[in-house]
Write a protein that binds this ligand. Structure first.
Ligand code: G3P
Ligand code: CA
Length: 249
């Protein structure tokens, strides 16, 4: 089962920043999940919300700032003072960094409540330019974006994000011509998980942060989890217990 760091991992680091991405690499996560919006000058940038208010010292909509303007804001100090100086990360900057790693990548296209014109094309152009098509999954709650991705490049894997319990979860994959189901972990049950696997549809579930949740989804045979705390679930990142001292009973 693969471990993806949700928004780069947000338990110990400010989400969607280089500090988080470097931490995920150190934790030996298999992959990183990021959220992408478009700036005023059409640059894909990494941020969860369509506003910068929660995760920076600025205020306003991403779509109303150019990338240069967004770089003026601090995206780390809100989390802890020693992260002050973290900047918003353009998708291209991220891809340059990832090129030197073996990390997988899950790009979530954030379409809604604002719809970004041609965001799918801009993301695909970068994925192709940096030659990471074979280790990327593009996901979205806005399923028309997934159809668009397949129109632009049918070889790129896509994942259908959802919460709740559709009558036929696998139908979501068929309708979007997708490859994976990306359910909220509480939306999983063994019946439809088994059905998905019998149809060779992979399941990558979010956001699994606690041991009991981890055991639940592992027993259902999911293919990957997306977690805020990758280090917690990667056993080889946990230092082994020290050997007992030979003089102790
Ligand atoms: O991709 C899984 C998860 O990130 C979806 O929810 O709101 O954290 O982007 P959210
Ligand atoms: Ca996300």
């Amino acid at each position: 089962m693969l471990i993806y760091a949700h928004r780069g991992g947000r338990e110990h680091t400010p989400e969607n920043t280089m500090a988080a991405f470097n931490n995920a690499l150190v934790c030996r996560a298999d992959g990183i999940e990021i959220d992408v919006h478009l700036t005023k000058d059409g640059q894909p940038v990494i941020c969860h919300d369509y506003k910068i208010d929660r995760t920076s010292n600025g205020s306003g909509l991403i779509k109303d700032f150019t990338l240069t303007q967004l770089k003026q804001f601090d995206f780390g100090g809100w989390f802890a003072p020693h992260f002050t100086g973290q900047k918003i990360v353009a998708l291209e900057e991220y891809l340059i960094w990832q090129t030197n790693t073996s990390l997988r990548l899950n790009i979530e296209i954030k379409n809604g409540p604002l719809l970004y014109q041609a965001i799918e094309k801009k993301v695909i152009q970068l994925v192709e330019a940096y030659r990471i098509s074979d280790r990327v999954i593009i996901s979205s709650f806005y399923h028309p974006s997934l159809l668009k991705i397949k129109e632009l490049n049918p070889t790129i894997k896509t994942g259908v994000l959802f919460e709740g319990r559709p009558i036929y979860p696998c139908q979501l994959v068929i309708d979007a011509k997708a490859d994976f189901l990306h359910p909220y972990w509480q939306s999983l049950d063994k019946d439809w998980a088994a059905c998905a696997h019998s149809w060779e549809i992979g399941i990558n579930t979010y956001t699994v942060n606690h041991t009991d949740e981890f055991e639940f989804v592992r027993n259902l045979g999911v293919d990957a989890i997306i977690t805020d705390c990758p280090g917690k679930f990667i056993s080889n990142s946990i230092p082994p217990l020290p050997k007992p001292h030979p003089l102790l009973p």
